[in-house]
Write a protein that binds this ligand. Structure first.
Ligand code: ATP
Ligand code: MG
Length: 502
């Protein structure tokens, strides 16, 4: 002890003995004195403790170096202060804030033993550890998520995690001065603020999905867990990047849709082929008997009866020829006439010019046809098929103009698409194509109908005016040639069909 220290007045020893845990050991650290507090806290009796060393209280919480440092200090005559974790007789751990002083022999000046004075800090330590473990848990939760925000009750940032900065491309400073809606993709602005507004004392958390926008403008899907911190009236927000999962889900849904579509087309094709085949036989027999009747009627004597008979049989013939046309379309759709096809090299501008001349027969003069054809572009296919697809599209364009004034434009392009989706088969397409574009300034097609126009028998025309097979035939022919179709339409403005030939 320093020389100028005052001696402790005797009347202060009693309260010190009551409040502190006191022990004394000899040079070999054998316990020679313990007070009541020592016995109470350690759970051992005075008899059990005296003659033993402090090793009996070792909790093994501290490494050996801890005791080595302590012993080096006190054996040299210095005092030691620190926090020690001991084990009580019951096995329970307790923490002490301890000071150990060396007892110096006045005569020899040598260390003759040690006095330990401690205070029980178990409760303080427990709270500290609890806070620390909560902090570790909190940090590990934050690190395991793809983003963490701490928001005030108005939805302003208090804190953001580094990981969210990395994933979003924003700096921490960018984020702390942003509005949450700046981070949400266009169609999702306000998602989070709305969800925050639904939380309160009785509903404190919520999980939902949203789409966010990175600093570079690209989008990513996030799953968001918000937790309302009732005590502080603010929010913890945990985000998870679910873009991969979403992409897989979307791809799977698109594939499934394509598969369903193919299966539907296949069964409609089979049904149509069956009906067309049987109906063709029935029609042959109807027309055959009608022909017989007509021949008989021609032999009848002149008169009202003969005239009626011949008129009726002519009507049967007209209806019969319409039915035969329909069967032809149905068979074309099912590609039953494969054997009659022969692929030739077609000079596109040449063939299209020929078709344009023929089209004047079926397109009224109120409609202007504009053509922008380029020479020396060739494709190889059946010429009749080619006529059929172009005429089908022109007839549709004419019908969309509904006898009003308007324009139909026909053009040829050589194109190179980075990536597109075929409007009919929904496959991804990219690469070089010969494009034939047919645009009209007609009524256009609504979004809900646009998704159905390639379905066989889908028509918006009056009964008897359209079979709904035109575009199915066009699509069938083009896809058989590994080509594709793109459609773009706006109600009231017009429609553009692009036929892509590889
Ligand atoms: N250029 C166009 N403008 C507006 N709507 C169109 C156009 N082309 C096609 N459609 C729509 O698509 C539907 C299907 O066309 P599709 O050619 O397959 O059958 P259709 O013309 O109704 O009958 P069909 O061609 O068998 O006589 C049409 O009924 C129409 O509603
Ligand atoms: Mg049509």
């Amino acid at each position: 002890m320093p020389a100028h220290s005052k001696e402790l007045p005797i009347d202060m020893l009693f309260p010190l003995n009551e409040a502190a845990i006191i022990s004394k050991t000899d040079l070999n650290e054998v316990i020679t004195f313990v007070n009541n507090e020592f016995c109470r806290v350690s759970g051992y009796t005075e008899e059990e403790l005296l003659g033993n060393t402090h090793v009996m209280l070792n909790s093994h919480f501290h490494p050996n170096e801890f005791f080595y440092v302590m012993q080096t200090a006190i054996s040299s005559g210095a005092s030691w202060h620190g926090e020690i974790c001991n084990r009580a007789k019951t096995g329970q751990l307790y923490w002490l804030n301890t000071s150990i002083f060396s007892i110096i022999n006045k005569n020899t000046g040598q260390v003759s033993g040690y006095i330990g004075i401690s205070f029980d800090i178990t409760e303080k330590k427990r709270l500290e550890l609890e806070v620390q473990s909560q902090r570790i848990q909190y940090d590990s939760v934050i690190e395991s998520t793809d983003g963490f925000w701490h928001l005030d009750n108005d939805g302003h940032f208090i804190d953001v995690s580094e990981r969210y900065c990395q994933l979003s491309g924003y700096s921490e400073n960018d984020l702390l001065t942003s509005m949450i809606s700046d981070l949400e993709a266009e169609d999702h602005k306000g998602d989070l603020m709305y969800q925050l507004s639904t939380l309160n004392e009785s509903a404190t958390s919520k999980v939902f999905e949203s789409m966010h926008q990175r600093k570079d403008g690209t989008h990513w899907f996030v799953e968001i867990l918000i937790s309302y911190n009732v005590n502080h009236d603010n929010f913890y927000v945990f985000l998870r990047d679910i873009s991969k999962r979403k992409l897989n889900e979307r791809e799977q849904a698109a594939l499934q849709q394509q598969l369903n579509h193919l299966q539907k087309l296949e069964s409609i094709g089979r049904l149509t082929a069956g009906i067309a085949h049987d109906f063709n036989n029935i029609l042959a027999s109807i027309l055959g008997y009608n022909e017989l009747n007509k021949m008989n009627a021609e032999d009848m004597p002149d008169g009202e009866f003969r005239t009626d008979f011949l008129h009726n049989s002519a009507q049967v013939e007209i209806a019969g020829s319409r039915a035969a046309d329909l069967i032809k379309k149905m068979l074309a759709y099912c590609r039953q006439e494969e054997e009659h096809k022969s692929n030739t090299r077609l000079d596109l501008s040449d063939v299209l010019n020929k078709i344009l001349i023929m089209l004047h027969e079926i397109i009224p003069a109120t409609i202007t046809i504009e053509s922008h054809l380029i020479d020396n572009v060739y494709i190889t296919m059946d010429e009749t098929d080619f006529y059929q697809i172009i005429v089908n599209l022109f007839v549709n364009a004419r019908d969309a103009l509904n006898n009003a004034k308007g324009t139909i434009e026909l053009s040829i392009y050589l194109v190179d698409f980075p990536s597109h989706i075929c409007s009919a088969c929904h496959e991804k397409i990219s690469g070089k194509f010969v494009e034939i574009k047919i645009s009209d300034s007609g009524e256009g097609i609504s979004d809900s109908k646009l998704s159905r126009i390639f379905e066989p028998f889908f028509t918006t025309k009056e009964v008897g005016e359209g079979t709904g097979l035109g575009l199915s035939v066009v699509s069938g022919i083009i896809h058989k040639m590994d080509g594709h179709i793109l459609v773009d339409s706006e109600l009231g403005k017009g429609t553009t069909f692009k036929l892509l030939f590889p």
